[in-house]
Design a binder for this molecule. Structure first.
Ligand code: C5P
Length: 234
């Protein structure tokens, strides 16, 4: 079975990330390195994780001019990450450049291209926050618009909230991978996540991968917590 659990290594340094990764590795499918850990520990943490054979999702949400994003994606591809994120709001040309850079760099290295995932609307943005920026005021409509733009620009995956899964599954090509944070069981604290589903509910709704942070890394026994979530997917 494909293990869809991606553990967010949302810890402040390389030592804590390595300890957490070692303990949960047998029960998860990949590790997510985000901005906090990457800024603190640098690309060496990605190399360290890759050296163990684990898949790595580099979540740096690139958003810049197409040339700069393409170069950042090429550098991430050379680090041998399996997934990375860009902001769809960077526009079609930026998304096409990112996908092209992933494909071209991987071809030169003779390994599979990483999945370039588009981030549509940050879940922290509501209608009031969008209205400050001008343009579309309805977050759900903006998510649909950016998802289609990403798919048309050639992206093969999107990050989306659990409650967007059903809509996006009916909107984008079926091969497009949907990566979903905001996973909680009824026993978990919701923390700052407002829209959550359990792991089996999210898979049923069409998620390809589940990003799980606090329910695993903040548990008293992270390995047991990961194992328990995986068992709900069997
Ligand atoms: O601890 P928790 O399970 O909420 O962690 C979810 C992870 O997914 C965090 O690394 C968070 O930054 C990320 N994420 C999110 N919501 C988004 C995009 C990413 O929670 N919309």
């Amino acid at each position: 079975m494909h293990n869809p659990i991606i553990v967010a290594l949302d810890v402040p340094d390389a030592a804590q990330a390595a300890t957490l990764a070692r303990s949960v590795a047998p029960h998860v499918g990949a590790f997510k390195v985000g901005k906090e850990l990457f800024v603190a520990a640098g690309p060496d943490i990605v190399r360290e994780l890759r050296a163990t054979g684990a898949r790595v999702f580099l979540d740096l949400k690139f958003h810049d001019i197409p040339n700069t994003v393409a170069k950042a994606v090429a550098a991430a591809t050379r680090l041998d990450v399996q997934m990375l994120t860009i902001h769809c709001s960077g526009g079609s040309a930026m998304m096409r450049a990112a996908e092209q850079a992933a494909q071209d760099t991987a071809r030169l290295l003779d390994w599979p291209a990483p999945l370039v995932l588009g981030v549509t609307v940050l879940t922290s943005m509501d209608s009031a926050a969008l209205s400050e920026l001008g343009g579309e005021l309805d977050p759900a409509a903006q998510v649909r618009r950016l998802a289609l733009l990403a798919s048309n620009a050639g992206l093969r995956g999107l990050v989306c909230s659990p409650l967007e899964l059903t809509t996006l599954r009916s909107l984008v090509p079926s091969g497009l991978q949907l990566v979903t944070p905001g996973i909680r069981t009824t026993q978990d604290a919701a923390d700052d996540q407002k829209r959550t589903l359990s792991a089996p509910e999210a898979i049923k709704a069409g998620a390809s991968w589940l990003v799980i942070g606090r329910p695993i890394y903040a548990a008293s026994d992270p390995a047991a917590a990961a194992q328990k979530i995986l068992a709900t997917l069997a």
